[in-house]
Design a protein around this ligand. Sequence first.
Ligand SMILES: C[S@@+](CC[C@H](N)C(=O)[O-])C[C@H]1O[C@@H](n2cnc3c(N)ncnc32)[C@H](O)[C@@H]1O
Length: 360
Amino acid sequence: MSAGSAAARALPREPTAHPDADPGPAALMDCLMGFVRTHALRAALAAGLPEALGERALSAGELAAACGAEPRAMLRLARCLAEAGALVQTADGRFALSAWGHGLRAGVPGSARAYVEYVVDHVVPSARHLPELLRSGRAGAPFERENGRDFFAHFAGDPAAGAAFDAAMAATLAAVRAAVVEQDWAGVGSVVDVGGGNGSLLAALLDRHRHLRAVLAEQPHVLPGAARVLDAAGVIGRVRLQECDFFTAVPAGADRYLLARVLHDWDDGSALRILTAVRAALPPHGRLQVVELVLGRDSGWTMAYDLMMGMLLPGHERTAAEWRVLLGAAGLVLERIDPAGWRGSILTCRAAPTGPGLRA
Ligand SMILES: C[S@@+](CC[C@H](N)C(=O)[O-])C[C@H]1O[C@@H](n2cnc3c(N)ncnc32)[C@H](O)[C@@H]1O
């Protein structure tokens, strides 16, 4: 049989002939094969598979031709991706993108492509140094061992890697952005985005809510890029770009503060310093909204994500109870936890009346 005809053949749809008497080995293999699915996704992106499929269903042979791939190898890749859920297989054996597989296409709204590329290219290599995290307990050590410098120094010092990181952050931010923007902003006049990155969250927020004025509080080197994003969105006239070291002080007196995906980068001592600076700036009527994962909420997947963070950075993810303790230590009260995209959460906080370190 030629490779081409093998690729065109439909997958047999047979019931499992020998159900596992002992589910242990099956569970083990399922767990162990995770890396294959990870790299299969990355290879599919490199081959342009999601774009080649688009809205169509193609046989493996047609898909191979569209991607310039060897047909039998493409069949193996497509079957693995179908098992992983990125593709679905039609009754006649053709492959199409699944609902979330569509999100791997370049250029579609909320595309996850850049995030997959970043994880496989810039995170996965550090995983082999995981024993070092266990030995030393020093979060971020695996990344430093792999790259010779810490996470932020690496991405700041390598323009190509930095661009990949920024694109990945923008991809995942798109998912939480909608949840932040769609909240009720009617009673809010001013907002400070602390560590607001390239300004894309503020750009969407101010575009949607024309009455809002904002401050982007960031490190000096980040501000020029943010200015370009805010200018392109036509909202820069309502934004002040403020150089800020969030460990020291943040701009005071706004109605709303945002800390999106910042605190999980830091250990509890550093996170407490950031929150204490925000608490000092927060007026009695103001609210802080922290956009982060809540460990264990909705999914065990967050446990793996937390371990991944330990490979990269000094920080970690936190359970709801841990969030309450950390926020409380900074003189903040956690009022609500609402869901955001990609299994993120928005934690809304107000200032405790007595302030940090004081007892009622
Ligand atoms: C993971 S990014 C999150 C960016 C953005 N909030 C988002 O969700 O995409 C963390 C941000 O913290 C900023 N940052 C790091 N150290 C800082 C400091 N000392 N003061 C102010 N911002 C800082 C970085 O420049 C970066 O943009």
